[in-house]
Design a protein around this ligand. Structure first.
Ligand SMILES: [Zn+2]
Length: 155
């Protein structure tokens, strides 16, 4: 079986981060050291990719300032996603296999019955849940919520 090679040159997430001053409709957060928005191919409402602005590979690549801000970014964006979507759970996912640039996904899981997909079964519904129009509308709402609760300790 042939090895799967994924091109990451140039780094897709560095390319996305470079456009932070030209955010379009899908950015929800643009800080000096972090960005967050809708990731192309993952346009399910409320699904947000957050990444470190500079290129670093893996959680151990964060410097002390980035490491301190990481938790604040996770909390703020997660709270905004919950408020925007009414999610019962917010999943925090980071593998770094396809794009080694340090990033993580925040994925809302709506309230549901005991037989509704949870965990990786919910993530597997990505194509079924894709709705770029609603994803953009939800991103706009998340951005508005974040702009109303801007943390002055991160600039
Ligand atoms: Zn990168």
């Amino acid at each position: 079986m042939a090895a799967v090679t994924i091109s990451n040159d140039p780094c897709l997430l560095c390319e996305l981060a470079a456009h932070r001053d030209d955010p379009g409709d899908t950015w929800v957060l643009s800080e000096d050291r972090w960005f967050a928005g809708v990731l192309p191919g993952y346009e399910a409402p409320g699904w947000v990719v957050c990444g470190m602005r500079r290129h670093g590979e893996g959680p151990d690549s964060m410097n002390p300032v980035e490491a301190a801000e990481f938790g604040v970014v996770v909390q703020r964006v997660s709270a905004a996603i919950r408020e925007a979507t009414g999610a019962e759970r917010i999943y925090l996912i980071a593998f770094g296999e396809h794009f080694p640039h340090l990033h993580f996904m925040l994925v809302p899981r709506p309230p549901g019955g005991p037989d509704d997909p949870r965990g990786v079964a919910h993530l597997a519904r990505r194509e079924e849940l894709r709705d770029p129009v609603r994803a953009t509308e939800t991103a706009n709402l998340i951005r508005s919520i974040l702009n109303g609760s801007r943390n002055p300790e991160i600039s």
